[in-house]
Design a protein around this ligand. Structure first.
Ligand code: HEM
Ligand SMILES: *[C@@H]1O[C@H](CO)[C@@H](O)[C@H](O)[C@H]1NC(C)=O
Ligand SMILES: *[C@@H]1O[C@H](CO)[C@@H](O)[C@H](O)[C@H]1NC(C)=O
Ligand SMILES: *[C@@H]1O[C@H](CO)[C@@H](O)[C@H](O)[C@H]1NC(C)=O
Ligand SMILES: *[C@@H]1O[C@H](CO)[C@@H](O)[C@H](O)[C@H]1NC(C)=O
Ligand SMILES: *[C@@H]1O[C@H](CO)[C@@H](O)[C@H](O)[C@H]1NC(C)=O
Ligand SMILES: *[C@@H]1O[C@H](CO)[C@@H](O)[C@H](O)[C@H]1NC(C)=O
Ligand SMILES: *[C@@H]1O[C@H](CO)[C@@H](O)[C@H](O)[C@H]1NC(C)=O
Ligand SMILES: *[C@@H]1O[C@H](CO)[C@@H](O)[C@H](O)[C@H]1NC(C)=O
Ligand SMILES: *[C@@H]1O[C@H](CO)[C@@H](O)[C@H](O)[C@H]1NC(C)=O
Ligand SMILES: *[C@@H]1O[C@H](CO)[C@@H](O)[C@H](O)[C@H]1NC(C)=O
Length: 335
Protein backbone atom coordinates (compact mmCIF):
# COMPACT_ATOMS: atom_id res chain seq x y z
CA UNK A 1 0.00 0.00 0.00
CA UNK A 2 2.85 2.40 0.88
CA UNK A 3 5.16 1.09 -1.82
CA UNK A 4 7.17 3.73 -3.64
CA UNK A 5 5.41 5.31 -6.65
CA UNK A 6 6.05 3.83 -10.05
CA UNK A 7 8.28 5.59 -12.56
CA UNK A 8 5.37 6.33 -14.93
CA UNK A 9 3.50 7.88 -11.99
CA UNK A 10 6.45 10.19 -11.10
CA UNK A 11 6.66 11.22 -14.73
CA UNK A 12 2.93 11.97 -14.63
CA UNK A 13 3.45 14.28 -11.63
CA UNK A 14 6.36 16.12 -13.25
CA UNK A 15 4.40 16.72 -16.47
CA UNK A 16 1.46 18.06 -14.48
CA UNK A 17 3.66 20.37 -12.41
CA UNK A 18 5.07 21.73 -15.65
CA UNK A 19 1.54 22.32 -16.90
CA UNK A 20 0.35 23.98 -13.68
CA UNK A 21 3.41 26.13 -12.88
CA UNK A 22 2.72 28.88 -15.43
CA UNK A 23 -0.71 29.36 -13.87
CA UNK A 24 0.75 29.70 -10.38
CA UNK A 25 2.66 32.80 -11.46
CA UNK A 26 -0.32 33.96 -13.55
CA UNK A 27 -3.07 33.23 -11.06
CA UNK A 28 -6.70 34.24 -11.53
CA UNK A 29 -8.03 37.11 -9.48
CA UNK A 30 -10.76 36.16 -7.03
CA UNK A 31 -13.19 37.91 -4.71
CA UNK A 32 -11.82 36.34 -1.49
CA UNK A 33 -8.15 37.13 -2.01
CA UNK A 34 -7.89 39.18 1.22
CA UNK A 35 -10.46 37.16 3.22
CA UNK A 36 -7.90 36.09 5.82
CA UNK A 37 -5.27 38.85 5.45
CA UNK A 38 -7.51 41.96 5.33
CA UNK A 39 -11.13 40.93 5.81
CA UNK A 40 -12.44 44.50 6.05
CA UNK A 41 -10.73 45.81 2.94
CA UNK A 42 -13.96 46.52 1.04
CA UNK A 43 -15.61 48.44 3.85
CA UNK A 44 -12.44 50.45 4.56
CA UNK A 45 -12.32 51.55 0.93
CA UNK A 46 -16.05 52.20 0.78
CA UNK A 47 -16.01 54.30 3.96
CA UNK A 48 -13.15 56.42 2.63
CA UNK A 49 -14.93 57.01 -0.70
CA UNK A 50 -18.15 57.87 1.11
CA UNK A 51 -16.32 60.42 3.23
CA UNK A 52 -14.63 61.97 0.19
CA UNK A 53 -18.01 62.25 -1.56
CA UNK A 54 -19.30 64.47 1.26
CA UNK A 55 -17.07 67.32 0.16
CA UNK A 56 -16.65 66.41 -3.53
CA UNK A 57 -19.63 64.91 -5.39
CA UNK A 58 -17.36 64.39 -8.41
CA UNK A 59 -14.79 62.20 -6.69
CA UNK A 60 -16.43 58.84 -7.46
CA UNK A 61 -16.33 59.60 -11.17
CA UNK A 62 -12.69 60.64 -10.90
CA UNK A 63 -11.81 57.40 -9.09
CA UNK A 64 -13.43 55.03 -11.60
CA UNK A 65 -11.65 56.88 -14.39
CA UNK A 66 -8.30 56.24 -12.67
CA UNK A 67 -9.02 52.50 -12.75
CA UNK A 68 -9.86 52.72 -16.48
CA UNK A 69 -6.73 54.73 -17.33
CA UNK A 70 -4.67 52.31 -15.22
CA UNK A 71 -6.02 49.14 -16.83
CA UNK A 72 -5.57 50.34 -20.43
CA UNK A 73 -1.83 50.89 -19.93
CA UNK A 74 0.23 47.75 -19.10
CA UNK A 75 -2.85 46.25 -17.43
CA UNK A 76 -4.39 46.99 -14.02
CA UNK A 77 -1.13 47.43 -12.13
CA UNK A 78 -1.38 50.93 -10.56
CA UNK A 79 1.22 52.20 -13.04
CA UNK A 80 -0.84 55.41 -13.31
CA UNK A 81 -0.20 56.21 -9.65
CA UNK A 82 3.62 56.43 -9.87
CA UNK A 83 5.08 59.92 -9.69
CA UNK A 84 7.90 60.88 -12.02
CA UNK A 85 11.49 60.19 -10.90
CA UNK A 86 14.94 59.77 -12.41
CA UNK A 87 13.87 56.41 -13.80
CA UNK A 88 10.12 56.95 -14.29
CA UNK A 89 8.24 59.15 -16.76
CA UNK A 90 4.94 59.43 -14.98
CA UNK A 91 1.72 58.47 -16.75
CA UNK A 92 0.20 61.41 -14.85
CA UNK A 93 1.87 63.65 -17.44
CA UNK A 94 0.63 61.70 -20.46
CA UNK A 95 -1.72 63.56 -22.81
CA UNK A 96 -5.01 61.93 -21.64
CA UNK A 97 -4.13 62.46 -17.96
CA UNK A 98 -2.39 65.79 -17.55
CA UNK A 99 -4.57 68.49 -16.00
CA UNK A 100 -7.38 65.94 -16.10
CA UNK A 101 -7.07 62.83 -13.93
CA UNK A 102 -7.74 63.47 -10.25
CA UNK A 103 -8.42 61.58 -7.02
CA UNK A 104 -4.81 60.73 -6.21
CA UNK A 105 -5.07 62.20 -2.70
CA UNK A 106 -8.09 60.03 -1.92
CA UNK A 107 -6.19 56.96 -3.13
CA UNK A 108 -3.35 57.90 -0.78
CA UNK A 109 -5.80 58.31 2.11
CA UNK A 110 -7.28 54.87 1.41
CA UNK A 111 -3.78 53.40 1.30
CA UNK A 112 -2.94 54.98 4.66
CA UNK A 113 -6.07 53.48 6.26
CA UNK A 114 -5.26 50.08 4.82
CA UNK A 115 -1.64 50.23 5.97
CA UNK A 116 -2.97 50.91 9.48
CA UNK A 117 -5.34 47.91 9.39
CA UNK A 118 -3.39 45.40 7.29
CA UNK A 119 0.18 46.60 6.67
CA UNK A 120 1.83 45.58 3.41
CA UNK A 121 -1.13 43.52 2.22
CA UNK A 122 -3.43 45.39 -0.19
CA UNK A 123 -2.09 46.50 -3.57
CA UNK A 124 -2.68 49.96 -5.01
CA UNK A 125 -4.08 48.32 -8.15
CA UNK A 126 -6.73 46.58 -6.05
CA UNK A 127 -7.49 49.87 -4.27
CA UNK A 128 -8.37 51.40 -7.66
CA UNK A 129 -10.65 48.46 -8.53
CA UNK A 130 -12.37 48.59 -5.12
CA UNK A 131 -12.74 52.39 -5.20
CA UNK A 132 -14.35 52.14 -8.64
CA UNK A 133 -16.96 49.70 -7.36
CA UNK A 134 -17.58 51.72 -4.20
CA UNK A 135 -18.07 54.88 -6.27
CA UNK A 136 -20.65 53.31 -8.54
CA UNK A 137 -22.40 51.67 -5.62
CA UNK A 138 -22.56 54.83 -3.49
CA UNK A 139 -23.84 56.92 -6.40
CA UNK A 140 -26.40 54.44 -7.72
CA UNK A 141 -29.05 55.81 -5.35
CA UNK A 142 -31.95 53.50 -4.62
CA UNK A 143 -30.85 51.04 -7.33
CA UNK A 144 -28.17 49.74 -4.93
CA UNK A 145 -25.90 48.56 -7.74
CA UNK A 146 -22.94 46.64 -6.34
CA UNK A 147 -20.75 43.67 -7.12
CA UNK A 148 -17.96 41.58 -5.64
CA UNK A 149 -14.62 42.83 -6.94
CA UNK A 150 -12.09 40.25 -8.07
CA UNK A 151 -8.79 40.92 -6.25
CA UNK A 152 -5.18 39.82 -6.09
CA UNK A 153 -3.54 42.31 -8.44
CA UNK A 154 0.00 43.43 -7.61
CA UNK A 155 1.68 46.76 -8.31
CA UNK A 156 4.06 47.55 -11.14
CA UNK A 157 7.70 48.56 -10.80
CA UNK A 158 7.44 50.83 -13.84
CA UNK A 159 5.18 53.28 -15.65
CA UNK A 160 4.56 53.62 -19.38
CA UNK A 161 3.94 57.22 -20.39
CA UNK A 162 4.23 56.48 -24.10
CA UNK A 163 1.67 53.69 -23.67
CA UNK A 164 -0.70 56.08 -21.90
CA UNK A 165 -0.37 58.52 -24.80
CA UNK A 166 -1.30 55.89 -27.37
CA UNK A 167 -3.54 53.29 -25.66
CA UNK A 168 -6.12 55.44 -23.90
CA UNK A 169 -8.89 56.48 -26.31
CA UNK A 170 -9.28 60.13 -27.26
CA UNK A 171 -12.75 61.65 -27.63
CA UNK A 172 -11.75 63.00 -31.06
CA UNK A 173 -10.48 59.90 -32.84
CA UNK A 174 -13.70 58.33 -34.04
CA UNK A 175 -15.64 55.20 -33.15
CA UNK A 176 -13.60 52.84 -35.34
CA UNK A 177 -10.30 53.85 -33.70
CA UNK A 178 -11.78 53.71 -30.22
CA UNK A 179 -13.20 50.26 -30.89
CA UNK A 180 -9.70 49.14 -31.98
CA UNK A 181 -8.22 50.41 -28.72
CA UNK A 182 -10.78 48.43 -26.73
CA UNK A 183 -10.17 45.33 -28.85
CA UNK A 184 -6.42 45.73 -28.26
CA UNK A 185 -6.97 45.09 -24.54
CA UNK A 186 -9.45 42.27 -25.10
CA UNK A 187 -12.65 44.29 -24.74
CA UNK A 188 -15.44 44.10 -27.32
CA UNK A 189 -18.19 46.40 -28.58
CA UNK A 190 -20.54 45.43 -25.74
CA UNK A 191 -17.83 46.40 -23.27
CA UNK A 192 -17.25 49.69 -25.10
CA UNK A 193 -20.91 50.71 -24.91
CA UNK A 194 -21.46 49.48 -21.35
CA UNK A 195 -18.28 51.08 -19.99
CA UNK A 196 -18.99 54.35 -21.80
CA UNK A 197 -22.02 54.38 -19.52
CA UNK A 198 -19.60 55.52 -16.79
CA UNK A 199 -20.07 58.94 -18.37
CA UNK A 200 -23.35 58.95 -16.44
CA UNK A 201 -21.43 60.94 -13.84
CA UNK A 202 -18.45 63.28 -13.63
CA UNK A 203 -17.32 66.28 -15.63
CA UNK A 204 -15.46 67.12 -18.80
CA UNK A 205 -13.45 70.22 -19.66
CA UNK A 206 -14.47 72.45 -22.56
CA UNK A 207 -11.27 71.57 -24.39
CA UNK A 208 -12.54 67.98 -24.74
CA UNK A 209 -15.68 68.91 -26.71
CA UNK A 210 -15.64 72.61 -27.75
CA UNK A 211 -14.60 71.56 -31.27
CA UNK A 212 -18.22 70.42 -31.61
CA UNK A 213 -19.72 73.79 -30.72
CA UNK A 214 -18.38 76.23 -33.31
CA UNK A 215 -16.40 74.74 -36.17
CA UNK A 216 -16.81 71.01 -36.23
CA UNK A 217 -14.35 69.16 -38.43
CA UNK A 218 -13.66 72.26 -40.53
CA UNK A 219 -17.30 72.76 -41.55
CA UNK A 220 -17.68 76.18 -39.91
CA UNK A 221 -20.80 74.80 -38.22
CA UNK A 222 -21.48 72.88 -35.01
CA UNK A 223 -21.62 69.10 -34.94
CA UNK A 224 -24.94 68.24 -36.65
CA UNK A 225 -25.54 65.45 -34.14
CA UNK A 226 -25.66 67.97 -31.26
CA UNK A 227 -29.13 68.90 -29.95
CA UNK A 228 -29.65 72.60 -30.72
CA UNK A 229 -31.07 73.42 -27.27
CA UNK A 230 -28.15 71.65 -25.63
CA UNK A 231 -25.78 73.47 -28.01
CA UNK A 232 -27.02 76.85 -26.76
CA UNK A 233 -26.37 75.91 -23.15
CA UNK A 234 -22.94 74.40 -23.87
CA UNK A 235 -21.90 77.56 -25.72
CA UNK A 236 -22.70 79.51 -22.56
CA UNK A 237 -20.46 77.24 -20.50
CA UNK A 238 -17.76 77.15 -23.17
CA UNK A 239 -17.60 80.48 -24.99
CA UNK A 240 -15.36 80.71 -28.03
CA UNK A 241 -11.85 81.68 -26.81
CA UNK A 242 -12.96 80.98 -23.20
CA UNK A 243 -11.05 78.77 -20.77
CA UNK A 244 -10.65 75.26 -22.09
CA UNK A 245 -10.58 74.11 -18.47
CA UNK A 246 -14.18 75.08 -17.59
CA UNK A 247 -16.28 72.08 -16.62
CA UNK A 248 -19.53 70.65 -17.93
CA UNK A 249 -21.54 67.66 -16.65
CA UNK A 250 -21.06 64.53 -18.75
CA UNK A 251 -24.69 63.58 -18.00
CA UNK A 252 -26.93 66.60 -18.49
CA UNK A 253 -29.94 64.83 -16.93
CA UNK A 254 -28.63 63.42 -13.63
CA UNK A 255 -25.02 64.59 -13.26
CA UNK A 256 -24.03 62.77 -10.06
CA UNK A 257 -26.16 59.62 -10.21
CA UNK A 258 -25.11 56.30 -11.67
CA UNK A 259 -28.08 55.36 -13.89
CA UNK A 260 -28.93 54.78 -17.57
CA UNK A 261 -29.75 58.41 -18.39
CA UNK A 262 -26.44 58.71 -20.24
CA UNK A 263 -27.92 56.48 -22.96
CA UNK A 264 -31.22 58.37 -23.07
CA UNK A 265 -29.21 61.56 -23.56
CA UNK A 266 -27.56 60.02 -26.63
CA UNK A 267 -31.02 59.36 -28.11
CA UNK A 268 -31.80 63.08 -27.54
CA UNK A 269 -28.52 64.14 -29.16
CA UNK A 270 -27.27 65.26 -25.79
CA UNK A 271 -24.06 63.25 -25.61
CA UNK A 272 -21.31 65.62 -24.45
CA UNK A 273 -18.25 64.13 -26.13
CA UNK A 274 -18.04 63.29 -29.80
CA UNK A 275 -17.12 59.74 -28.71
CA UNK A 276 -20.32 59.52 -26.65
CA UNK A 277 -22.70 60.69 -29.38
CA UNK A 278 -21.10 58.48 -32.05
CA UNK A 279 -22.24 55.36 -30.16
CA UNK A 280 -25.81 56.27 -31.12
CA UNK A 281 -25.43 58.50 -34.20
CA UNK A 282 -23.13 56.32 -36.30
CA UNK A 283 -25.48 54.81 -38.89
CA UNK A 284 -25.23 51.04 -39.14
CA UNK A 285 -22.98 50.67 -36.08
CA UNK A 286 -23.50 47.67 -33.82
CA UNK A 287 -23.38 50.10 -30.90
CA UNK A 288 -26.80 51.62 -31.73
CA UNK A 289 -28.92 48.63 -30.73
CA UNK A 290 -26.90 48.19 -27.55
CA UNK A 291 -27.60 51.81 -26.61
CA UNK A 292 -31.31 51.23 -27.31
CA UNK A 293 -31.35 48.16 -25.07
CA UNK A 294 -29.74 50.10 -22.22
CA UNK A 295 -32.30 52.90 -22.63
CA UNK A 296 -35.26 50.57 -22.38
CA UNK A 297 -33.85 48.36 -19.64
CA UNK A 298 -31.63 49.77 -16.88
CA UNK A 299 -31.17 46.30 -15.42
CA UNK A 300 -29.66 45.17 -18.70
CA UNK A 301 -27.24 48.12 -18.53
CA UNK A 302 -26.29 47.35 -14.94
CA UNK A 303 -25.71 43.66 -15.65
CA UNK A 304 -23.57 44.45 -18.69
CA UNK A 305 -21.70 47.19 -16.86
CA UNK A 306 -20.75 44.88 -13.98
CA UNK A 307 -19.55 42.17 -16.38
CA UNK A 308 -17.56 44.71 -18.40
CA UNK A 309 -15.98 46.18 -15.26
CA UNK A 310 -14.89 42.65 -14.35
CA UNK A 311 -13.52 42.20 -17.88
CA UNK A 312 -11.65 45.52 -17.71
CA UNK A 313 -10.34 44.72 -14.22
CA UNK A 314 -8.89 41.48 -15.60
CA UNK A 315 -6.62 43.18 -18.14
CA UNK A 316 -3.11 41.72 -17.65
CA UNK A 317 -2.88 41.89 -13.85
CA UNK A 318 0.42 41.19 -12.12
CA UNK A 319 -0.15 38.22 -9.81
CA UNK A 320 1.75 35.66 -7.75
CA UNK A 321 5.27 36.96 -7.15
CA UNK A 322 5.27 39.46 -10.05
CA UNK A 323 5.46 43.14 -9.16
CA UNK A 324 5.09 44.11 -5.50
CA UNK A 325 2.68 45.46 -2.91
CA UNK A 326 3.62 49.14 -2.84
CA UNK A 327 3.71 50.75 0.60
CA UNK A 328 3.21 54.20 -0.95
CA UNK A 329 1.13 54.17 -4.14
CA UNK A 330 3.19 57.06 -5.58
CA UNK A 331 6.51 55.22 -5.64
CA UNK A 332 8.19 51.87 -6.06
CA UNK A 333 9.27 50.36 -2.72
CA UNK A 334 12.78 51.34 -1.69
CA UNK A 335 13.02 54.20 -4.17
C1 HEM B 1 -14.81 55.07 -24.78
C2 HEM B 1 -13.75 55.85 -24.74
C3 HEM B 1 -13.63 56.97 -23.77
C4 HEM B 1 -13.25 58.24 -24.06
C5 HEM B 1 -12.87 58.79 -25.43
C6 HEM B 1 -13.30 58.99 -22.84
C7 HEM B 1 -12.95 60.32 -22.72
C8 HEM B 1 -13.15 61.08 -21.60
C9 HEM B 1 -12.88 62.49 -21.51
C10 HEM B 1 -12.31 63.34 -22.62
C11 HEM B 1 -13.24 62.90 -20.28
C12 HEM B 1 -13.16 64.31 -19.72
C13 HEM B 1 -11.80 64.52 -19.07
C14 HEM B 1 -11.53 65.96 -18.69
O1 HEM B 1 -12.11 66.86 -19.28
O2 HEM B 1 -10.70 66.19 -17.78
C15 HEM B 1 -13.73 61.75 -19.57
C16 HEM B 1 -14.18 61.76 -18.28
C17 HEM B 1 -14.60 60.64 -17.61
N1 HEM B 1 -14.50 59.33 -18.04
FE1 HEM B 1 -14.16 58.76 -19.94
N2 HEM B 1 -13.70 58.17 -21.83
C18 HEM B 1 -13.91 56.93 -22.34
C19 HEM B 1 -14.25 55.79 -21.63
C20 HEM B 1 -14.44 55.75 -20.27
C21 HEM B 1 -14.53 54.55 -19.49
C22 HEM B 1 -14.39 53.14 -20.04
C23 HEM B 1 -14.73 54.93 -18.20
C24 HEM B 1 -14.89 54.08 -16.96
C25 HEM B 1 -15.35 52.86 -16.95
C26 HEM B 1 -14.77 56.37 -18.18
C27 HEM B 1 -15.03 57.14 -17.08
C28 HEM B 1 -15.00 58.53 -17.07
C29 HEM B 1 -15.49 59.32 -15.97
C30 HEM B 1 -16.19 58.81 -14.75
C31 HEM B 1 -15.20 60.65 -16.29
C32 HEM B 1 -15.43 61.90 -15.41
C33 HEM B 1 -14.19 62.06 -14.53
C34 HEM B 1 -14.21 63.24 -13.57
O3 HEM B 1 -15.22 63.91 -13.42
O4 HEM B 1 -13.16 63.45 -12.93
N3 HEM B 1 -14.55 56.84 -19.45
N4 HEM B 1 -13.65 60.65 -20.38
C1 LIG C 1 -7.66 33.31 -4.66
O1 LIG C 1 -6.41 33.49 -5.27
C2 LIG C 1 -5.32 33.23 -4.41
C3 LIG C 1 -4.06 33.53 -5.18
O2 LIG C 1 -4.09 32.94 -6.44
C4 LIG C 1 -5.35 31.78 -3.94
O3 LIG C 1 -4.31 31.59 -3.01
C5 LIG C 1 -6.68 31.51 -3.28
O4 LIG C 1 -6.76 30.14 -2.96
C6 LIG C 1 -7.81 31.85 -4.22
N1 LIG C 1 -9.08 31.66 -3.55
C7 LIG C 1 -10.09 31.04 -4.12
C8 LIG C 1 -11.32 30.91 -3.31
O5 LIG C 1 -10.02 30.58 -5.24
C1 LIG D 1 -13.77 45.04 10.73
O1 LIG D 1 -14.76 46.02 10.91
C2 LIG D 1 -15.60 45.73 12.01
C3 LIG D 1 -16.69 46.78 12.07
O2 LIG D 1 -16.86 47.42 10.84
C4 LIG D 1 -14.81 45.72 13.29
O3 LIG D 1 -15.64 45.38 14.37
C5 LIG D 1 -13.68 44.72 13.18
O4 LIG D 1 -12.84 44.83 14.30
C6 LIG D 1 -12.87 44.97 11.93
N1 LIG D 1 -11.91 43.89 11.80
C7 LIG D 1 -10.64 44.10 11.49
C8 LIG D 1 -9.79 42.88 11.34
O5 LIG D 1 -10.19 45.22 11.31
C1 LIG E 1 -1.77 72.26 -17.46
O1 LIG E 1 -2.27 73.33 -16.68
C2 LIG E 1 -1.28 74.31 -16.37
C3 LIG E 1 -1.90 75.31 -15.42
O2 LIG E 1 -3.10 75.82 -15.95
C4 LIG E 1 -0.78 74.95 -17.66
O3 LIG E 1 0.22 75.87 -17.39
C5 LIG E 1 -0.22 73.87 -18.57
O4 LIG E 1 0.11 74.41 -19.83
C6 LIG E 1 -1.25 72.76 -18.78
N1 LIG E 1 -0.62 71.68 -19.53
C7 LIG E 1 -1.22 71.06 -20.53
C8 LIG E 1 -0.42 70.04 -21.26
O5 LIG E 1 -2.38 71.30 -20.84
C1 LIG F 1 -31.94 49.62 -1.87
O1 LIG F 1 -31.63 49.58 -0.48
C2 LIG F 1 -32.57 50.30 0.31
C3 LIG F 1 -32.06 50.33 1.74
O2 LIG F 1 -31.54 49.09 2.09
C4 LIG F 1 -33.95 49.65 0.18
O3 LIG F 1 -34.89 50.39 0.94
C5 LIG F 1 -34.35 49.64 -1.29
O4 LIG F 1 -35.58 48.94 -1.45
C6 LIG F 1 -33.29 48.98 -2.14
N1 LIG F 1 -33.65 49.13 -3.54
C7 LIG F 1 -33.60 48.13 -4.42
C8 LIG F 1 -33.97 48.47 -5.83
O5 LIG F 1 -33.27 47.01 -4.12
C1 LIG G 1 3.23 61.87 -24.11
O1 LIG G 1 2.47 63.00 -24.52
C2 LIG G 1 2.88 64.20 -23.88
C3 LIG G 1 1.86 65.27 -24.22
O2 LIG G 1 1.59 65.29 -25.57
C4 LIG G 1 4.29 64.54 -24.32
O3 LIG G 1 4.72 65.73 -23.67
C5 LIG G 1 5.20 63.40 -23.92
O4 LIG G 1 6.50 63.63 -24.40
C6 LIG G 1 4.69 62.07 -24.45
N1 LIG G 1 5.50 61.03 -23.83
C7 LIG G 1 6.03 60.01 -24.48
C8 LIG G 1 6.89 59.10 -23.71
O5 LIG G 1 5.82 59.81 -25.67
C1 LIG H 1 -7.45 56.63 -36.53
O1 LIG H 1 -6.35 55.76 -36.58
C2 LIG H 1 -5.63 55.85 -37.81
C3 LIG H 1 -4.59 54.76 -37.79
O2 LIG H 1 -3.83 54.85 -36.60
C4 LIG H 1 -5.03 57.24 -37.94
O3 LIG H 1 -4.35 57.35 -39.17
C5 LIG H 1 -6.15 58.26 -37.90
O4 LIG H 1 -5.60 59.55 -37.89
C6 LIG H 1 -6.99 58.07 -36.66
N1 LIG H 1 -8.13 58.96 -36.73
C7 LIG H 1 -8.28 59.98 -35.92
C8 LIG H 1 -9.48 60.85 -36.14
O5 LIG H 1 -7.52 60.21 -34.98
C1 LIG I 1 -14.71 65.03 -41.06
O1 LIG I 1 -14.44 65.42 -42.38
C2 LIG I 1 -13.85 64.40 -43.19
C3 LIG I 1 -13.48 64.99 -44.53
O2 LIG I 1 -14.41 65.94 -44.92
C4 LIG I 1 -14.83 63.24 -43.31
O3 LIG I 1 -14.27 62.22 -44.08
C5 LIG I 1 -15.13 62.72 -41.92
O4 LIG I 1 -16.09 61.69 -41.98
C6 LIG I 1 -15.65 63.84 -41.03
N1 LIG I 1 -15.75 63.33 -39.68
C7 LIG I 1 -16.86 63.48 -38.96
C8 LIG I 1 -16.82 62.92 -37.57
O5 LIG I 1 -17.87 64.02 -39.36
C1 LIG J 1 -11.71 84.28 -30.94
O1 LIG J 1 -10.35 84.51 -31.31
C2 LIG J 1 -10.17 84.61 -32.72
C3 LIG J 1 -8.69 84.68 -33.01
O2 LIG J 1 -7.99 85.27 -31.95
C4 LIG J 1 -10.91 85.84 -33.23
O3 LIG J 1 -10.76 85.92 -34.64
C5 LIG J 1 -12.40 85.68 -32.90
O4 LIG J 1 -13.09 86.84 -33.25
C6 LIG J 1 -12.61 85.41 -31.40
N1 LIG J 1 -14.00 85.07 -31.18
C7 LIG J 1 -14.71 85.57 -30.19
C8 LIG J 1 -16.13 85.13 -30.10
O5 LIG J 1 -14.24 86.34 -29.36
C1 LIG K 1 -33.27 67.89 -27.75
O1 LIG K 1 -33.36 67.79 -26.34
C2 LIG K 1 -34.68 67.95 -25.84
C3 LIG K 1 -34.58 67.84 -24.33
O2 LIG K 1 -33.89 68.96 -23.83
C4 LIG K 1 -35.59 66.87 -26.39
O3 LIG K 1 -36.89 67.09 -25.93
C5 LIG K 1 -35.54 66.90 -27.90
O4 LIG K 1 -36.29 65.83 -28.41
C6 LIG K 1 -34.10 66.78 -28.37
N1 LIG K 1 -34.01 66.88 -29.81
C7 LIG K 1 -33.58 65.89 -30.57
C8 LIG K 1 -33.49 66.16 -32.03
O5 LIG K 1 -33.23 64.82 -30.12
C1 LIG L 1 -34.04 43.53 -18.79
O1 LIG L 1 -32.77 42.96 -18.80
C2 LIG L 1 -32.62 41.88 -17.89
C3 LIG L 1 -31.15 41.49 -17.87
O2 LIG L 1 -30.70 41.21 -19.15
C4 LIG L 1 -33.54 40.77 -18.31
O3 LIG L 1 -33.43 39.70 -17.40
C5 LIG L 1 -34.97 41.26 -18.33
O4 LIG L 1 -35.81 40.26 -18.83
C6 LIG L 1 -35.08 42.50 -19.20
N1 LIG L 1 -36.41 43.07 -19.03
C7 LIG L 1 -37.19 43.34 -20.06
C8 LIG L 1 -38.51 43.97 -19.75
O5 LIG L 1 -36.87 43.09 -21.22
Amino acid sequence: MFSSPSKPFLLFIIINLAAITPFLSNAQLNTTFYASTCPNVSSIVRNAVQQALQSDPRIGASLIRLHFHDCFVNGCDASILLDGSASIRSEKNAAPNINSTRGFVVVDNIKTSLENSCPGIVSCADILALAAEASVSLQSGTSNLSWNVALGRRDSLTANQAGANTSIPSPFEGLANITSKFNAVGLNTNDLVALSGAHTFGRAQCRTFSNRLYNFNGTGNPDPTLNTTYLVSLRQTCPQNGSGFSLSNLDVTSPDTFDNNYFRNLQNQQGLLQSDQELFSTAGSATVSIVNTFISNQTAFFESFVQSMINMGNISPLTGSNGEIRLDCKKVNGS
